[in-house]
Ligand binder design. Sequence first.
Ligand SMILES: NC(=O)c1ccc[n+]([C@@H]2O[C@H](COP(=O)([O-])OP(=O)(O)OC[C@H]3O[C@@H](n4cnc5c(N)ncnc54)[C@H](O)[C@@H]3O)[C@@H](O)[C@H]2O)c1
Ligand SMILES: OC[C@H](O)C(O)[C@@H](O)CO
Length: 363
Amino acid sequence: MAEINPAFVLQSIKNVSFENREVPKLRDEYDVRVHIEQTGICGSDVHYWQRGRIGDFILNSPIVLGHESAGTVVEVGSKVKNIGVGDRVAIEPGVPCRHCGYCRSGSYNLCPDTIFAATPPWDGTLQKYYVVAGDYCYHIPNHMSAEDGALVEPVAVAVQICKVADVRAGQTVLVFGCGPIGALCQAVAKAYGALKVIGVDISKSRAEFAKTFGADGIFIPEKPLDSNVDPVDASRATAETIVEQFHLGEGADVVLECTGAAPCIQAGIFAAKKGGTYVQAGMGQENVMFPITTACIRALNIKGSIRYTTGCYPQAVELVASGKVNPRSLITHRYKFEESLKAFEVVKTASEDTLKVMIAGVQ
Ligand SMILES: NC(=O)c1ccc[n+]([C@@H]2O[C@H](COP(=O)([O-])OP(=O)(O)OC[C@H]3O[C@@H](n4cnc5c(N)ncnc54)[C@H](O)[C@@H]3O)[C@@H](O)[C@H]2O)c1
Ligand SMILES: OC[C@H](O)C(O)[C@@H](O)CO
């Protein structure tokens, strides 16, 4: 009997189901087929499930969910050189066209023709087998678990954010957000020798976790009690409190925004020192009130960061393999493949005790 390939499919907004699909075939001699062993759920998976779009990526046809995955290679095309059958690999989930100007310059995260797992219209990795270009698979050493391998993905996002920010030894780094991305940015910045890393989150449990992970200090903003206070003034006051409380002098050298929330974006601008760097990585509301005059007068370097570029994945594997960053400690929930919907519900509910939720692959 032909082998089947169970898959967890987003059929349309808020509508998921399991399907028994055909085992995917290699598309060319550079492809490999990976037996997926672990997948982490990312906020974007939940976003597509609940709202069907992120920016210009719009769900118009069913897609398999999941893009943070690792597994074992079960089939390789004749021209694959870097890995072989039986190798355990972390999968970089976006394969660009390799030919456009962005790809040629190393900024392949900007390639418009990238095939990115679980970004419409492309299928993701929450299936038994996933076919991907062999050179977008990275060998992981034996002491790294499949969970570690899957979580190389958010580590690579954090590596790119720190790369865009040009985080250096001795700097002060203020990170808004202690979710998986914020916490990993804090750990990566620390691994790069940052002098002081401060994490900010409204969730007490996430902030407290961050203190045990990468942050030297944490700040938990209080909701403004007086609704007559201008929200941007309130953000400025929050920034001033953070700068004073953590002795950041004229402000942080680097601000990494990993929430997408307007109060954090605003406070981040007010908390950066003159000539400092502010990187936007969080994706929340599409438009926010932005303190543009302060950004101008302080001559801030304002940048955006998306996905990963040349070298991020190997660097992320190295950070995890060396133990400098330990993403496994973010895991709060583990589910079997058949429990995928339950796993997604847990991420959607986002209770205080949820950080990273993992789904094991089909045996
Ligand atoms: N740029 C990229 O390549 C990339 C990749 C993955 C995720 N992201 C984005 O990065 C962000 C972080 O990802 P994540 O997986 O950690 O998400 P997450 O939702 O788990 O974490 C966001 C954190 O921000 C905190 N937060 C929200 N509003 C806040 C406020 N007003 N003040 C302080 N803290 C606040 C939340 O409590 C939460 O802990 C998301 O917006 C996600 O879409 C970007
Ligand atoms: O970690 C990678 C991100 O989740 C993706 O780029 C996503 O936001 C777009 O589909």
